[in-house]
Design a binder for this molecule. Structure first.
Ligand code: DTR
Ligand code: CA
Ligand code: ZN
Ligand code: ZN
Length: 437
């Protein structure tokens, strides 16, 4: 067995034990200066609960669950699709096969907006086989459904194109969302400015957690909760465990909200959020008792309103056209466990300093990206760390977009991408990299 295979085995074991999944480098979405954005609506929580009641009835009438491959899932998809078709959305059913059964993703596009700048919102609609999955994840599915219906009621005409997705077979390993992303041409992926994920937003002993994957998207949700004086915490339990992961893995900025699963609420959290300390956020997680009684209405309401706030804010902002870009596509070999190598880009004709949101697109071919340390080096020699090494990120390649605050650097001059392989075994090369001002 070659070392790299045993190395992979060790890493896989480590990941399995730690329950961690590697994630790619962060990519921040620069929230553009918004035009006069229309006021986000209040989402009537009664409407959201009415959708949950329908999903409960569907589960009750279909063997007690809404799981992939079961009749309850297809009935759930048909319910959501019917509401969206009636509200003027362009809907598409995407089918796939998993574990020998047909799976369904429902994609709904709101006509209009810039087709080259898509804001996508998603939630998995499937439950586990053990129960109806009303909090996991009827809550996220119903929250985005009612927000989509509010878009229709408002006749919203956002700057961006709005797309919604209800994913199948998430409980089997994000199968539906992976299928969607993997089958989306690169040119279509590039149009998605951000993906917002909502998986469990009505937990009975709720917390208020915000995904911290993308600073700009995180800020939008934190701004909302500040308006209702609700303190939030960074969501860390679900890194890589829900449908935002496939989008993040191809460099699309992701964000979202979470109200808690089987982790236990601490006394400090109960102090600020109410509820019961020493008890799980959702004692019925993946259980038969995840019914319509397993919902905290206040959390469902606040999170649904936050979804609307984010879509109205991010969707209505003007699209800031990108500045000039400079690229180097020369391959540069990276010595295994060796000295750092650099790839230069000479920037000219750009007045003043670089922006606070300097975009760095990196494409490195490598068979174990955890070996790599990647820096951007400004013309004056200042280094900006883009990626640290990681012993448990055994995936291939670094294909990521980084946003660097380079506002203290003069734009013109020779910029360098500096890459070092710091661990033995596995090799690769810099394939290309690009700076966009
Ligand atoms: N909803 C769970 C996955 C999950 C567990 N913790 C988090 C945190 C944030 C998002 C998702 C999750 C499931 O579908 O199994
Ligand atoms: Ca509300
Ligand atoms: Zn689940
Ligand atoms: Zn879930």
């Amino acid at each position: 067995m070659s070392f790299s295979v045993s190395r992979r085995l060790a890493a896989a074991t480590a990941l399995a034990v730690a329950g961690l999944l590697s994630t790619t480098a962060p990519a921040a979405l620069a929230v553009p200066t918004a035009a006069a954005a229309p006021t986000p609506p209040d989402i009537p929580v009664a409407n959201v609960k009415a959708h949950l009641a329908q999903l409960q009835t569907i589960a009750t009438n279909n063997g007690g669950n809404r799981a992939h491959g079961r009749t309850g899932y297809k009935a759930s998809i048909d319910y959501v699709k019917g509401k969206l078709d009636a509200a003027g959305f362009t809907t598409t059913l995407q089918t796939f096969t998993s574990s020998g059964a047909t799976g369904y993703n429902l994609i709904a596009d709101w006509p209009g907006g810039d087709p080259n700048s898509v804001l996508m919102t998603g939630a998995h609609l499937d439950s586990v086989t053990a129960g109806p999955g009303i909090n996991d994840n009827g809550s996220g599915s119903a929250g985005i459904l009612e927000t989509a219906l509010a878009v229709s009621r408002a006749g919203l005409q956002p700057t961006k194109h709005l797309r919604f997705g209800w994913w199948g077979a998430e409980e089997l390993g994000m199968v539906g969302s992976k299928y969607y992303v993997n089958n989306l041409p690169a040119a279509e992926r590039a149009k998605i400015s951000g993906y917002l994920n909502f998986d469990m937003i009505g937990s009975p002993n709720p917390g208020y957690f915000v995904y911290d994957d993308d600073p700009a998207l995180e800020k939008v949700f934190k701004d909302y909760f500040a308006t209702v004086s609700i303190p939030t915490e960074i969501e860390t339990e679900g890194d890589g465990r829900s449908d935002h992961a496939p989008f993040k893995n191809v460099g699309i900025p992701v964000g979202g909200l979470f109200s808690g699963a089987d982790y236990t609420k601490t006394a400090a959290q109960a102090q600020k959020w109410g509820g019961t300390s020493g008890q799980a956020f959702d004692r019925c997680y993946h259980s038969s008792c995840d019914t319509s009684a397993n919902i905290n209405d206040t959390a469902l309401d606040r999170n649904s309103d936050a979804i609307a706030y984010a879509i109205w804010t991010l969707g209505a902002g003007t699209t800031v056209p990108p500045g000039p870009s400079f690229e180097n596509t020369a391959d540069v070999a990276i010595p295994d466990a060796g000295a750092a190598v650099t790839s230069p880009i000479t920037v000219s004709g750009v007045t003043g300093n670089a922006p606070a949101t300097l975009k760095v697109d990196v494409n490195i071919v490598h068979t174990w990206r955890g070996d790599l340390v990647v820096d951007l080096v400004a013309p004056d020699g200042t280094a900006y760390r883009l990626k640290n090494s990681s012993s448990n990120d055994s995936a291939d390649n670094v294909v990521a977009t980084y946003t660097v605050n380079a506002s203290s650097e003069v734009a013109n001059g020779v910029w360098k991408l500096k890459v070092q392989d710091v661990a033995a075994q596995d090799t690769g090369y810099i394939n290309s990299w690009k700076l966009t001002f």
